[in-house]
Design a protein around this ligand. Structure first.
Ligand code: HEC
Ligand code: HEC
Length: 341
């Protein structure tokens, strides 16, 4: 864990070696001015928080990040001669197709894995980038702490950035992040990140290659993001159900009970809260998986949403399949997650 953190910081900071970065940092330090306040209603802010913070959330502690914080992204994309247009264009380009060749943050790619492609309307990315370029964006508490550790206090950092790595031996001490999310928040974050990855794979496949080809893409265990989270956070992610398609996803007795609870809540239209069970230094986290219209292409009623061809392919792959006959807004299963506190 510490090794990963160190690696991340090395790569994070060695790339930040232009003057513009220095100035940008100096500015953000003091720039809690009217200007940034005026821009607070910028539509890009909400868009960024709703779409990007699923993974780039500054409230997450360093050890628990699944992606670099947005401030780090901004620093790597703005150098001395970067205009707002340049910045917006490079954000749009990145979002269209994240790739290793295009990456300006190879260290982040190594640590977290490549950003999973998700479909974002171009206008959304433009708004977000516009907001990011012109405004001070929230940064994690630990970011400053680490920054100071690596480079001395920020104001003194001028002229020193990207050079010597400072004293790396002290690293572990900084892990007292002030904004530690609660276990509930962490669980929700894991769920949302995994859902985003799964959703993007599924939707992309259905759009590009049709439902049949997409059948191979519904396996949570196969998602790169579950791997990277498991490595970094020691997280175990399962999707389990009372009516499994894959027999390995069958809920155990405790999970079945939680599932029944969630079914009642969802059917009643109640607000659904995750179930959090803390056990020593581990947390178990449960949250319902609810169907939408897209799911019915593979989990709906045969002859209705579920076409005959799809059904026969499903039967071929999963002879014991029980996961059909669902409507929208039904509990299809639950996320069953376990992570180290
Ligand atoms: C599902 C998780 C996830 C979401 C959601 C997400 N990102 Fe990322 N992003 C990552 C990860 C992981 C990385 C680090 C690896 C990489 O650079 O590809 C990253 C890196 C980046 C980078 C740096 C790319 C590079 O390597 O040069 C940019 C720019 C970026 N994200 C923009 C965005 C924007 C803008 C949004 C919101 C519209 C967003 N991301 C939403 C996971 C995500
Ligand atoms: C393209 C077809 C397809 C679509 C669309 C689809 N699924 Fe699945 N689903 C599958 C397949 C195939 C499996 C078995 C995956 C495996 O082997 O682990 C599965 C498994 C699951 C499981 C794990 C439990 C089990 O039965 O094995 C859940 C939960 C689930 N899907 C929920 C959903 C939800 C919710 C949606 C809509 C957001 C959805 N699925 C959309 C094909 C699909």
């Amino acid at each position: 864990m510490k090794f990963l953190a160190t690696l991340f910081l090395i790569t994070l900071f060695t790339a930040c070696n232009s003057n513009a970065h220095k100035e940008y940092l100096a500015q953000t330090e003091n720039d809690k001015t009217a200007e940034s306040k005026i821009h607070q209603e910028h539509p890009g802010k909400k868009l960024m928080e709703n779409t990007c913070y699923v993974c780039h959330n500054p409230k997450t502690s360093e050890e628990r990040m699944v992606a670099p914080p947005m401030i780090a992204v901004k620093m790597h994309y703005i150098s001395e001669d970067t205009s707002k247009e340049d910045f917006i264009n490079s954000m749009v380009e990145w979002a269209k197709k994240p790739s290793e060749e295009k990456s300006k943050m190879p260290g982040a790619v190594k640590k977290f894995g490549l950003m999973p492609y998700q479909f974002f309307p171009e206008e959304t990315i433009k708004q977000i980038a516009d907001y990011m370029f012109s405004n001070e964006i929230e940064e994690p508490e630990w970011f400053e702490l680490h920054y100071n550790q690596m480079h001395g206090n920020r104001p003194q950092m001028k002229g020193n950035m990207g050079q010597g790595m400072g004293n790396r031996n002290g690293m572990g001490k900084n892990q007292v992040a002030n904004t530690q999310p609660t276990v509930k928040e962490r669980g929700m974050q894991i769920v949302q990140t995994t859902k985003a990855e799964l959703g993007k794979n599924l939707m992309g496949q259905i759009q590009k290659n049709g439902v049949i080809a997409a059948l191979e893409f519904c396996n949570v265990q196969a998602l790169p993001i579950t791997d990277s989270m498991a490595t970094v956070h020691n997280v175990h992610i399962k999707r389990v159900t009372d009516k499994p398609r894959n027999p390995q996803n069958k809920a155990n007795a405790a999970e079945l009970q939680y599932l029944e609870n969630f079914k009642k809540q969802v059917a009643a239209g109640d607000e659904v809260n995750p179930i959090v069970v803390e056990m020593g230094n581990e947390t178990e986290f449960y949250y319902p998986i609810v169907t939408n219209s897209m799911c019915l292409k593979c989990h709906g009623t045969p002859g209705k949403e579920l076409e005959a061809l799809t059904l026969s392919k499903i039967k071929e792959l999963y002879p014991m399949d029980k996961a059909t006959g669902y409507n929208e807004n039904e509990v299809r299963g639950i996320w069953s997650i376990r992570f180290e506190n």
